[in-house]
Ligand binder design. Sequence first.
Ligand SMILES: Cc1ncc(COP(=O)(O)O)c(C=O)c1O
Length: 442
Amino acid sequence: MLNRPASKPNDLNAFWMPFTANRQFKQAPRMFVSAKDMHYTTDDGREVLDATSGLWCVNAGHCRPKITEAIQRQAAELDYAPAFQMGHPIAFEFASKLAAIAPQGMDHVFYTNSGSESVETALKIALAYHRAKGDGSRFRLIGRERGYHGVNFGGISVGGIVANRKMFGTLLTGVDHLPHTHLPEHNSFTRGEPETGEDLADALERIVTLHDASTIAAVIVEPVAGSTGVLIPPKGYLKRLRNICDKHGILLIFDEVITGFGRLGTPFAADYFDVIPDIMTTAKGVTNGVIPMGAVFVKKEIHDAFMKGPEHLIEFFHGYTYSGNPIACAAGIATLETYQEEGLLTRGAELAHYWEDALHSLKDARHVIDIRNIGLVGAIELEPMAGQPTKRAFTAFLKAFEEGVLIRTTGDIIALSPPLIVEHEQIDRIVDCIRSVLAEID
Ligand SMILES: Cc1ncc(COP(=O)(O)O)c(C=O)c1O
Protein backbone atom coordinates (compact mmCIF):
# COMPACT_ATOMS: atom_id res chain seq x y z
CA MET A 1 0.00 0.00 0.00
CA LEU A 2 1.18 3.50 -0.75
CA ASN A 3 2.02 5.39 2.39
CA ARG A 4 1.71 9.00 1.37
CA PRO A 5 1.28 11.64 4.05
CA ALA A 6 -2.36 12.72 4.28
CA SER A 7 -2.91 16.12 2.74
CA LYS A 8 -4.20 18.89 4.96
CA PRO A 9 -8.02 18.83 5.00
CA ASN A 10 -8.34 22.33 3.61
CA ASP A 11 -5.33 22.45 1.37
CA LEU A 12 -6.41 24.44 -1.67
CA ASN A 13 -3.49 23.41 -3.82
CA ALA A 14 -4.64 20.28 -5.63
CA PHE A 15 -7.90 21.52 -7.10
CA TRP A 16 -7.21 23.39 -10.38
CA MET A 17 -10.39 25.43 -10.43
CA PRO A 18 -12.38 25.91 -13.66
CA PHE A 19 -12.89 29.38 -15.16
CA THR A 20 -11.31 30.89 -12.04
CA ALA A 21 -8.46 33.24 -11.24
CA ASN A 22 -6.85 30.43 -9.21
CA ARG A 23 -4.06 32.45 -7.59
CA GLN A 24 -6.36 35.27 -6.57
CA PHE A 25 -8.94 32.82 -5.19
CA LYS A 26 -6.47 30.81 -3.18
CA GLN A 27 -5.12 33.94 -1.49
CA ALA A 28 -8.62 34.95 -0.39
CA PRO A 29 -10.95 31.97 -0.76
CA ARG A 30 -14.70 32.39 -1.03
CA MET A 31 -16.39 29.21 0.21
CA PHE A 32 -20.02 28.15 0.36
CA VAL A 33 -20.80 25.35 2.78
CA SER A 34 -24.59 25.11 2.57
CA ALA A 35 -27.58 26.55 0.78
CA LYS A 36 -31.34 26.89 1.20
CA ASP A 37 -33.86 28.40 -1.22
CA MET A 38 -32.50 31.85 -2.22
CA HIS A 39 -29.39 31.83 -0.03
CA TYR A 40 -25.96 30.32 0.34
CA THR A 41 -24.10 30.18 3.65
CA THR A 42 -20.37 30.82 3.69
CA ASP A 43 -17.77 29.01 5.79
CA ASP A 44 -17.70 32.00 8.12
CA GLY A 45 -21.46 31.76 8.64
CA ARG A 46 -22.65 34.63 6.43
CA GLU A 47 -25.80 34.39 4.29
CA VAL A 48 -25.32 35.31 0.64
CA LEU A 49 -28.32 36.02 -1.59
CA ASP A 50 -28.02 34.06 -4.84
CA ALA A 51 -28.63 36.46 -7.73
CA THR A 52 -27.26 34.01 -10.31
CA SER A 53 -29.03 30.68 -9.61
CA GLY A 54 -25.58 29.22 -8.95
CA LEU A 55 -24.42 29.21 -12.55
CA TRP A 56 -27.78 29.90 -14.22
CA CYS A 57 -29.03 26.48 -13.12
CA VAL A 58 -30.71 26.37 -9.71
CA ASN A 59 -34.00 27.66 -11.10
CA ALA A 60 -36.17 26.34 -8.24
CA GLY A 61 -33.82 27.54 -5.52
CA HIS A 62 -31.51 25.50 -3.34
CA CYS A 63 -31.93 22.21 -1.49
CA ARG A 64 -35.56 21.74 -2.43
CA PRO A 65 -36.82 18.79 -0.36
CA LYS A 66 -38.66 17.00 -3.16
CA ILE A 67 -35.52 16.89 -5.31
CA THR A 68 -33.26 15.89 -2.42
CA GLU A 69 -35.60 13.08 -1.39
CA ALA A 70 -35.96 11.77 -4.96
CA ILE A 71 -32.18 11.55 -5.26
CA GLN A 72 -31.86 9.75 -1.92
CA ARG A 73 -34.60 7.26 -2.81
CA GLN A 74 -33.20 6.53 -6.27
CA ALA A 75 -29.64 6.10 -4.99
CA ALA A 76 -30.89 3.42 -2.61
CA GLU A 77 -33.02 1.62 -5.22
CA LEU A 78 -31.17 1.61 -8.56
CA ASP A 79 -27.94 3.55 -8.44
CA TYR A 80 -26.70 2.93 -11.96
CA ALA A 81 -27.79 1.00 -14.99
CA PRO A 82 -26.28 1.04 -18.45
CA ALA A 83 -28.19 2.84 -21.16
CA PHE A 84 -26.42 1.12 -24.05
CA GLN A 85 -28.59 -1.80 -25.20
CA MET A 86 -30.31 -1.78 -21.78
CA GLY A 87 -32.92 0.43 -20.20
CA HIS A 88 -34.44 1.41 -16.90
CA PRO A 89 -37.97 2.79 -16.59
CA ILE A 90 -37.25 6.16 -15.05
CA ALA A 91 -35.20 7.33 -18.08
CA PHE A 92 -38.19 6.69 -20.37
CA GLU A 93 -40.59 8.27 -17.90
CA PHE A 94 -38.51 11.44 -17.67
CA ALA A 95 -38.07 11.70 -21.46
CA SER A 96 -41.85 11.52 -21.94
CA LYS A 97 -42.37 14.22 -19.32
CA LEU A 98 -39.76 16.43 -20.96
CA ALA A 99 -41.30 15.92 -24.40
CA ALA A 100 -44.68 16.91 -22.94
CA ILE A 101 -43.41 20.40 -21.97
CA ALA A 102 -41.19 20.87 -25.05
CA PRO A 103 -42.12 23.13 -27.95
CA GLN A 104 -44.50 21.47 -30.38
CA GLY A 105 -43.06 18.57 -32.32
CA MET A 106 -39.84 18.26 -30.30
CA ASP A 107 -40.79 14.89 -29.01
CA HIS A 108 -37.51 12.97 -28.73
CA VAL A 109 -34.83 13.45 -26.10
CA PHE A 110 -31.16 12.40 -26.11
CA TYR A 111 -29.53 12.53 -22.66
CA THR A 112 -26.10 14.00 -21.93
CA ASN A 113 -24.35 15.16 -18.75
CA SER A 114 -23.79 18.86 -19.38
CA GLY A 115 -24.47 21.76 -21.66
CA SER A 116 -21.19 21.21 -23.47
CA GLU A 117 -22.10 17.61 -24.20
CA SER A 118 -25.56 18.64 -25.32
CA VAL A 119 -23.96 20.97 -27.85
CA GLU A 120 -21.60 18.29 -29.18
CA THR A 121 -24.53 15.90 -29.41
CA ALA A 122 -26.68 18.41 -31.29
CA LEU A 123 -23.92 19.18 -33.81
CA LYS A 124 -23.34 15.48 -34.40
CA ILE A 125 -27.07 14.79 -34.80
CA ALA A 126 -27.25 17.61 -37.37
CA LEU A 127 -24.37 16.24 -39.44
CA ALA A 128 -25.53 12.65 -39.20
CA TYR A 129 -29.14 13.58 -40.00
CA HIS A 130 -28.21 15.06 -43.36
CA ARG A 131 -26.06 12.08 -44.11
CA ALA A 132 -28.83 9.66 -43.11
CA LYS A 133 -31.01 11.45 -45.65
CA GLY A 134 -28.37 11.02 -48.34
CA ASP A 135 -27.32 14.67 -48.12
CA GLY A 136 -23.77 14.10 -46.89
CA SER A 137 -22.36 17.22 -48.54
CA ARG A 138 -23.88 19.33 -45.76
CA PHE A 139 -20.90 19.42 -43.40
CA ARG A 140 -20.62 23.09 -42.44
CA LEU A 141 -21.72 24.38 -39.05
CA ILE A 142 -22.55 28.04 -38.53
CA GLY A 143 -22.25 29.69 -35.11
CA ARG A 144 -22.28 33.32 -34.10
CA GLU A 145 -19.78 35.83 -32.75
CA ARG A 146 -20.01 36.14 -28.97
CA GLY A 147 -21.85 32.81 -28.78
CA TYR A 148 -21.11 30.46 -25.88
CA HIS A 149 -21.75 26.79 -26.47
CA GLY A 150 -19.67 25.20 -23.76
CA VAL A 151 -16.04 24.23 -23.78
CA ASN A 152 -15.66 21.13 -25.91
CA PHE A 153 -14.14 21.32 -29.37
CA GLY A 154 -17.39 21.52 -31.33
CA GLY A 155 -18.79 24.10 -28.94
CA ILE A 156 -15.74 26.37 -28.99
CA SER A 157 -15.56 26.06 -32.78
CA VAL A 158 -19.10 27.36 -33.31
CA GLY A 159 -18.75 29.62 -30.27
CA GLY A 160 -17.56 33.16 -30.59
CA ILE A 161 -15.69 34.12 -27.43
CA VAL A 162 -12.07 34.73 -28.28
CA ALA A 163 -10.57 33.76 -24.91
CA ASN A 164 -12.29 30.39 -25.14
CA ARG A 165 -10.91 29.74 -28.64
CA LYS A 166 -7.53 31.31 -29.19
CA MET A 167 -5.42 28.83 -27.17
CA PHE A 168 -6.76 25.69 -28.76
CA GLY A 169 -5.41 25.34 -32.24
CA THR A 170 -7.39 24.93 -35.42
CA LEU A 171 -10.67 23.76 -33.87
CA LEU A 172 -13.26 22.18 -36.21
CA THR A 173 -12.93 22.99 -39.85
CA GLY A 174 -15.87 24.06 -42.01
CA VAL A 175 -17.25 26.50 -39.44
CA ASP A 176 -18.41 30.04 -40.13
CA HIS A 177 -19.96 32.69 -37.90
CA LEU A 178 -22.86 35.11 -38.06
CA PRO A 179 -22.24 38.59 -36.63
CA HIS A 180 -23.36 39.10 -33.03
CA THR A 181 -26.45 41.20 -32.41
CA HIS A 182 -25.11 43.64 -29.83
CA LEU A 183 -25.59 47.17 -31.16
CA PRO A 184 -25.00 49.52 -28.21
CA GLU A 185 -24.97 52.58 -30.45
CA HIS A 186 -28.66 51.91 -31.27
CA ASN A 187 -30.03 49.77 -28.47
CA SER A 188 -28.52 50.89 -25.14
CA PHE A 189 -30.85 50.76 -22.15
CA THR A 190 -33.52 48.89 -24.14
CA ARG A 191 -36.15 47.16 -22.05
CA GLY A 192 -36.67 43.69 -23.53
CA GLU A 193 -36.05 43.06 -27.22
CA PRO A 194 -34.21 45.85 -29.04
CA GLU A 195 -35.78 47.52 -32.07
CA THR A 196 -32.68 47.58 -34.25
CA GLY A 197 -30.87 44.62 -35.76
CA GLU A 198 -33.40 42.20 -37.26
CA ASP A 199 -31.56 42.41 -40.57
CA LEU A 200 -28.39 40.98 -38.98
CA ALA A 201 -30.01 37.60 -39.67
CA ASP A 202 -29.47 38.27 -43.37
CA ALA A 203 -25.78 37.59 -42.83
CA LEU A 204 -26.82 33.94 -43.13
CA GLU A 205 -27.83 34.63 -46.75
CA ARG A 206 -24.33 35.97 -47.38
CA ILE A 207 -22.78 32.87 -45.84
CA VAL A 208 -25.04 30.75 -48.07
CA THR A 209 -23.91 32.75 -51.07
CA LEU A 210 -20.28 32.23 -50.10
CA HIS A 211 -20.40 28.49 -49.37
CA ASP A 212 -23.63 27.33 -51.05
CA ALA A 213 -26.51 25.98 -49.01
CA SER A 214 -25.75 22.43 -50.13
CA THR A 215 -22.67 22.49 -47.87
CA ILE A 216 -24.36 23.83 -44.72
CA ALA A 217 -25.75 21.44 -42.11
CA ALA A 218 -26.89 23.69 -39.28
CA VAL A 219 -26.89 27.07 -37.60
CA ILE A 220 -26.55 27.17 -33.82
CA VAL A 221 -27.41 30.21 -31.71
CA GLU A 222 -28.38 30.95 -28.14
CA PRO A 223 -31.82 32.60 -28.39
CA VAL A 224 -30.53 35.00 -25.71
CA ALA A 225 -26.74 34.94 -25.47
CA GLY A 226 -26.06 34.54 -21.76
CA SER A 227 -22.43 33.97 -20.90
CA THR A 228 -21.19 36.73 -23.15
CA GLY A 229 -23.19 39.28 -21.20
CA VAL A 230 -26.90 38.86 -21.89
CA LEU A 231 -27.36 39.87 -25.52
CA ILE A 232 -31.04 39.96 -26.32
CA PRO A 233 -32.08 39.26 -29.92
CA PRO A 234 -33.48 42.21 -31.85
CA LYS A 235 -37.21 42.05 -32.58
CA GLY A 236 -37.89 39.68 -35.49
CA TYR A 237 -34.29 38.42 -35.70
CA LEU A 238 -34.91 34.80 -34.70
CA LYS A 239 -37.98 34.49 -36.94
CA ARG A 240 -35.93 35.77 -39.85
CA LEU A 241 -33.15 33.30 -39.09
CA ARG A 242 -35.76 30.51 -39.00
CA ASN A 243 -37.11 31.56 -42.41
CA ILE A 244 -33.67 31.66 -44.01
CA CYS A 245 -32.83 28.22 -42.60
CA ASP A 246 -36.11 26.84 -43.96
CA LYS A 247 -35.51 28.36 -47.36
CA HIS A 248 -32.14 26.61 -47.66
CA GLY A 249 -32.79 23.31 -45.87
CA ILE A 250 -30.46 24.26 -42.99
CA LEU A 251 -31.24 22.97 -39.49
CA LEU A 252 -31.70 25.55 -36.76
CA ILE A 253 -30.32 24.63 -33.33
CA PHE A 254 -31.28 26.69 -30.30
CA ASP A 255 -28.83 26.38 -27.43
CA GLU A 256 -31.26 26.71 -24.52
CA VAL A 257 -28.84 25.64 -21.80
CA ILE A 258 -29.53 28.93 -20.00
CA THR A 259 -32.90 29.94 -21.42
CA GLY A 260 -34.58 26.55 -20.91
CA PHE A 261 -36.85 25.78 -17.95
CA GLY A 262 -38.53 29.09 -17.27
CA ARG A 263 -35.74 31.65 -17.41
CA LEU A 264 -37.65 33.96 -19.78
CA GLY A 265 -41.05 33.36 -18.17
CA THR A 266 -41.95 30.63 -20.65
CA PRO A 267 -40.84 26.99 -20.50
CA PHE A 268 -38.30 27.61 -23.30
CA ALA A 269 -37.08 30.60 -25.28
CA ALA A 270 -38.61 28.92 -28.34
CA ASP A 271 -41.98 29.58 -26.69
CA TYR A 272 -41.08 33.16 -25.81
CA PHE A 273 -40.02 34.07 -29.35
CA ASP A 274 -42.54 31.78 -31.03
CA VAL A 275 -39.81 30.20 -33.13
CA ILE A 276 -39.41 26.43 -33.04
CA PRO A 277 -35.92 25.16 -33.79
CA ASP A 278 -35.14 21.72 -35.21
CA ILE A 279 -32.87 20.76 -32.33
CA MET A 280 -32.73 22.27 -28.84
CA THR A 281 -29.92 21.79 -26.33
CA THR A 282 -30.59 21.98 -22.61
CA ALA A 283 -28.83 21.17 -19.32
CA LYS A 284 -28.56 23.12 -16.03
CA GLY A 285 -32.23 23.66 -15.07
CA VAL A 286 -33.18 20.18 -16.27
CA THR A 287 -32.22 18.89 -12.81
CA ASN A 288 -32.19 22.26 -11.04
CA GLY A 289 -28.40 22.03 -11.35
CA VAL A 290 -28.33 19.41 -8.60
CA ILE A 291 -27.08 16.43 -10.60
CA PRO A 292 -25.13 16.88 -13.85
CA MET A 293 -27.43 16.25 -16.77
CA GLY A 294 -28.27 17.57 -20.21
CA ALA A 295 -31.05 16.81 -22.67
CA VAL A 296 -31.12 17.41 -26.41
CA PHE A 297 -34.60 17.70 -27.90
CA VAL A 298 -35.16 16.87 -31.56
CA LYS A 299 -38.08 17.01 -33.92
CA LYS A 300 -39.72 13.75 -34.90
CA GLU A 301 -38.53 14.01 -38.54
CA ILE A 302 -34.94 14.19 -37.38
CA HIS A 303 -35.23 11.24 -35.04
CA ASP A 304 -37.16 9.22 -37.60
CA ALA A 305 -34.54 9.80 -40.31
CA PHE A 306 -32.18 7.60 -38.26
CA MET A 307 -34.69 4.79 -37.71
CA LYS A 308 -33.96 2.73 -40.79
CA GLY A 309 -31.74 -0.13 -41.89
CA PRO A 310 -31.53 -3.55 -40.22
CA GLU A 311 -33.23 -3.43 -36.83
CA HIS A 312 -30.42 -5.13 -34.93
CA LEU A 313 -28.00 -2.31 -35.83
CA ILE A 314 -27.29 0.74 -33.69
CA GLU A 315 -28.78 3.75 -35.49
CA PHE A 316 -26.62 6.54 -34.01
CA PHE A 317 -23.08 5.91 -32.82
CA HIS A 318 -23.12 8.32 -29.94
CA GLY A 319 -23.85 8.28 -26.20
CA TYR A 320 -22.32 8.66 -22.76
CA THR A 321 -21.81 6.18 -19.92
CA TYR A 322 -24.06 8.41 -17.84
CA SER A 323 -26.72 9.18 -20.49
CA GLY A 324 -30.01 8.89 -18.61
CA ASN A 325 -28.34 8.06 -15.30
CA PRO A 326 -31.12 6.90 -12.93
CA ILE A 327 -30.26 9.37 -10.16
CA ALA A 328 -30.13 12.25 -12.63
CA CYS A 329 -33.51 11.19 -14.06
CA ALA A 330 -35.00 11.00 -10.56
CA ALA A 331 -33.67 14.48 -9.84
CA GLY A 332 -35.07 15.66 -13.19
CA ILE A 333 -38.57 14.31 -12.57
CA ALA A 334 -38.68 15.84 -9.09
CA THR A 335 -37.39 19.12 -10.54
CA LEU A 336 -40.07 19.16 -13.21
CA GLU A 337 -42.74 18.44 -10.58
CA THR A 338 -41.41 21.27 -8.43
CA TYR A 339 -41.47 23.65 -11.40
CA GLN A 340 -45.02 22.59 -12.26
CA GLU A 341 -46.44 22.60 -8.71
CA GLU A 342 -45.07 26.09 -8.07
CA GLY A 343 -45.73 27.52 -11.54
CA LEU A 344 -42.02 28.30 -11.94
CA LEU A 345 -41.88 27.74 -15.70
CA THR A 346 -43.98 30.89 -16.10
CA ARG A 347 -43.29 32.78 -12.87
CA GLY A 348 -40.58 34.79 -14.63
CA ALA A 349 -43.33 36.43 -16.71
CA GLU A 350 -45.10 37.62 -13.56
CA LEU A 351 -41.89 39.08 -12.15
CA ALA A 352 -40.49 40.44 -15.40
CA HIS A 353 -41.89 43.98 -15.07
CA TYR A 354 -40.77 44.40 -11.49
CA TRP A 355 -37.38 43.00 -12.42
CA GLU A 356 -37.09 45.31 -15.41
CA ASP A 357 -38.00 48.45 -13.43
CA ALA A 358 -35.64 47.50 -10.62
CA LEU A 359 -32.71 46.94 -12.98
CA HIS A 360 -33.30 50.08 -15.01
CA SER A 361 -33.38 52.12 -11.79
CA LEU A 362 -29.60 51.64 -11.93
CA LYS A 363 -29.37 53.71 -15.11
CA ASP A 364 -27.80 56.64 -13.28
CA ALA A 365 -25.60 54.53 -11.00
CA ARG A 366 -21.86 55.08 -11.26
CA HIS A 367 -19.95 53.40 -14.13
CA VAL A 368 -23.12 52.06 -15.84
CA ILE A 369 -23.14 52.34 -19.65
CA ASP A 370 -25.96 49.93 -20.53
CA ILE A 371 -28.70 47.83 -18.95
CA ARG A 372 -30.45 44.94 -20.70
CA ASN A 373 -33.21 42.62 -19.50
CA ILE A 374 -35.64 39.91 -20.58
CA GLY A 375 -37.67 37.52 -18.44
CA LEU A 376 -35.66 37.00 -15.26
CA VAL A 377 -32.29 37.77 -16.83
CA GLY A 378 -30.50 41.06 -16.68
CA ALA A 379 -27.18 42.67 -17.46
CA ILE A 380 -25.57 45.84 -16.23
CA GLU A 381 -22.66 46.84 -18.39
CA LEU A 382 -19.93 48.96 -16.82
CA GLU A 383 -17.48 51.33 -18.40
CA PRO A 384 -14.20 49.37 -18.37
CA MET A 385 -11.30 50.79 -16.35
CA ALA A 386 -8.78 52.41 -18.69
CA GLY A 387 -6.18 49.79 -19.65
CA GLN A 388 -7.64 47.15 -17.31
CA PRO A 389 -10.65 45.51 -18.91
CA THR A 390 -12.72 43.24 -16.59
CA LYS A 391 -11.14 44.62 -13.41
CA ARG A 392 -13.98 46.96 -12.48
CA ALA A 393 -16.65 44.27 -12.79
CA PHE A 394 -14.51 41.73 -10.93
CA THR A 395 -14.02 44.23 -8.10
CA ALA A 396 -17.79 44.75 -8.03
CA PHE A 397 -18.27 40.99 -7.80
CA LEU A 398 -15.86 40.71 -4.84
CA LYS A 399 -17.45 43.65 -3.05
CA ALA A 400 -21.00 42.38 -3.62
CA PHE A 401 -19.98 39.00 -2.19
CA GLU A 402 -18.64 40.77 0.91
CA GLU A 403 -21.95 42.59 1.16
CA GLY A 404 -23.92 39.35 0.92
CA VAL A 405 -25.04 39.10 -2.71
CA LEU A 406 -23.71 36.67 -5.31
CA ILE A 407 -23.56 38.31 -8.73
CA ARG A 408 -21.76 37.06 -11.83
CA THR A 409 -19.52 39.03 -14.12
CA THR A 410 -18.29 38.43 -17.62
CA GLY A 411 -15.94 41.00 -19.09
CA ASP A 412 -17.19 44.28 -17.62
CA ILE A 413 -20.78 43.11 -17.52
CA ILE A 414 -22.70 42.10 -14.41
CA ALA A 415 -25.08 39.28 -15.40
CA LEU A 416 -28.01 38.45 -13.14
CA SER A 417 -30.37 35.44 -13.19
CA PRO A 418 -31.87 34.77 -9.75
CA PRO A 419 -33.77 31.58 -8.94
CA LEU A 420 -37.35 31.78 -10.22
CA ILE A 421 -38.62 31.74 -6.60
CA VAL A 422 -37.13 35.21 -5.99
CA GLU A 423 -39.38 37.71 -4.16
CA HIS A 424 -39.72 41.45 -4.77
CA GLU A 425 -37.77 42.37 -1.61
CA GLN A 426 -34.91 40.15 -2.75
CA ILE A 427 -34.86 41.86 -6.16
CA ASP A 428 -34.67 45.18 -4.30
CA ARG A 429 -31.82 43.87 -2.17
CA ILE A 430 -29.86 42.77 -5.27
CA VAL A 431 -30.29 46.12 -6.96
CA ASP A 432 -29.54 48.16 -3.81
CA CYS A 433 -26.40 46.15 -3.23
CA ILE A 434 -25.18 46.74 -6.80
CA ARG A 435 -25.93 50.46 -6.51
CA SER A 436 -23.92 50.81 -3.31
CA VAL A 437 -21.07 48.64 -4.61
CA LEU A 438 -20.78 50.73 -7.79
CA ALA A 439 -20.75 53.90 -5.72
CA GLU A 440 -17.83 52.57 -3.67
CA ILE A 441 -15.49 51.10 -6.29
CA ASP A 442 -13.16 52.91 -8.68
C1 LIG B 1 -25.70 28.50 -23.87
C2 LIG B 1 -24.77 27.53 -23.18
N1 LIG B 1 -24.40 26.42 -23.81
C3 LIG B 1 -23.58 25.53 -23.24
C4 LIG B 1 -23.11 25.73 -21.97
C5 LIG B 1 -22.17 24.74 -21.35
O1 LIG B 1 -22.77 24.07 -20.31
P1 LIG B 1 -21.86 23.20 -19.30
O2 LIG B 1 -21.06 24.17 -18.51
O3 LIG B 1 -22.89 22.45 -18.50
O4 LIG B 1 -21.03 22.29 -20.12
C6 LIG B 1 -23.46 26.87 -21.27
C7 LIG B 1 -22.95 27.12 -19.91
O5 LIG B 1 -23.11 28.18 -19.34
C8 LIG B 1 -24.32 27.81 -21.90
O6 LIG B 1 -24.66 28.94 -21.29
